[in-house]
Design a protein around this ligand. Structure first.
Ligand code: HH2
Length: 303
């Protein structure tokens, strides 16, 4: 057992972050002494569960305000869907036109808010950082744009390196979901992303890792990733989990409409918290905020 783990009275392991852990995001630090909630704001016409809901800028700002009011620590703004069926790649210009005005307006109205941009394109990331974003959430883990790592090093922004395989249109399909040992493969591929980022000069304190639930992963692979969180956390960086409304939850529960999967999302998040995740990317902020805060209080009381 490492110093970060502790056996509860019945012998189960609870993963604990290093004391005083912080995520450095530009000129700010996000304390990891309690679960961090990242609210999803997809300004896209075609995202798998909220496509078309917030592609109008004024509705996007309203949704950001609602999520901040519900306790989101970070707002993650995305302008390109990776939906499993028919994700349409968008040009950097189109993506920028979607995300930059919304990021600029959130930054202006809510100067305390930490904003992240969900993009695989360095041009979009640069414009978003210029408009007030402090985190780049790259679902390709720096695989798809050779300039992304240098940009993030120069800008000293926070970075989410997510595991995936393939390109935007097929990364959330099962096309590349071929593994002998999914945990060993994802840990090795995440380690390669992390090593690349560090070699580019990115501060380790700025980096968060994400196993990429549903990305080149069948439902059983996504479950295996949650179960493997202690091994992913052992790479030495805080772990983000994106379970929200995903297919594996529909598969487990039979709930077809993604927007009805918030209870399953909460269950996945609490299990992930117990296994070492610290940052939770969600569409429905209030239920996860409440559940994670209570679960965290119980973990603290059990120490
Ligand atoms: N999942 C999605 C998008 N971005 N980023 C991280 N770090 N982790 C994730 O699991 C993740 C992510 C897909 O979900 P969503 O944004 O709701 O859908 P879409 O890609 O259709 O916009």
């Amino acid at each position: 057992m490492t110093g970060r783990e502790r056996a509860s009275p019945d012998g189960a392991l609870v993963q604990r972050p290093p004391p005083g852990g912080r995520w450095r995001v530009g000129d700010r630090e996000i304390p990891l002494g309690r679960p961090v909630v990242m609210g999803i704001l997809n300004v896209t016409p075609d995202s798998f569960s909220d496509g078309g809901e917030f592609d109008d800028p004024s509705r996007a700002i309203e949704q950001a305000a609602r999520m901040l009011g519900e306790g989101a620590d970070v707002i993650d703004v995305g302008g390109e869907s990776t939906r499993p069926q028919g994700a349409k790649p968008v040009s950097a210009a189109e993506e920028r036109a979607r995300v930059v005005p919304v990021i600029g307006e959130i930054a202006r109205r809510f100067p305390e808010a930490v904003i992240s941009v969900d993009t695989v394109k360095s041009e979009t990331a640069a414009a978003a950082l210029g408009a007030g974003a402090r985190i780049v959430n790259d679902v390709s883990g720096f695989r798809l744009d050779a300039r992304m790592a240098a940009l993030c090093a120069r800008e000293r922004c926070g970075v989410v390196l997510m595991h995936s395989r393939g390109e935007v249109p097929d990364m959330a399909t099962y096309r590349h979901a071929v593994y002998d040992d999914v945990t060993a493969a994802v840990v090795a591929e995440l380690r390669a992303s992390l090593d690349g980022a560090l070699a580019s000069g990115i501060d380790p304190a700025a980096i968060v890792l994400d196993p990429g639930l549903g990305f080149a992963k069948r439902p059983e692979h996504s479950l295996a990733m949650i179960a493997a969180l202690p091994r992913i956390a052992a790479l030495g960086r805080p772990v983000l989990i994106g379970a929200s409304r995903k297919r594996f939850i529909g598969d487990l529960t039979g709930v077809r409409d993604p927007s009805d999967r918030q209870h399953g999302t909460v269950g996945a998040n609490v299990a992930a918290l117990l296994l070492g995740a610290r940052i939770f990317r969600v569409h429905d902020v209030a239920p996860s905020r409440q559940a994670l805060d209570v679960a965290w209080a119980v973990i603290e009381a059990a120490r």
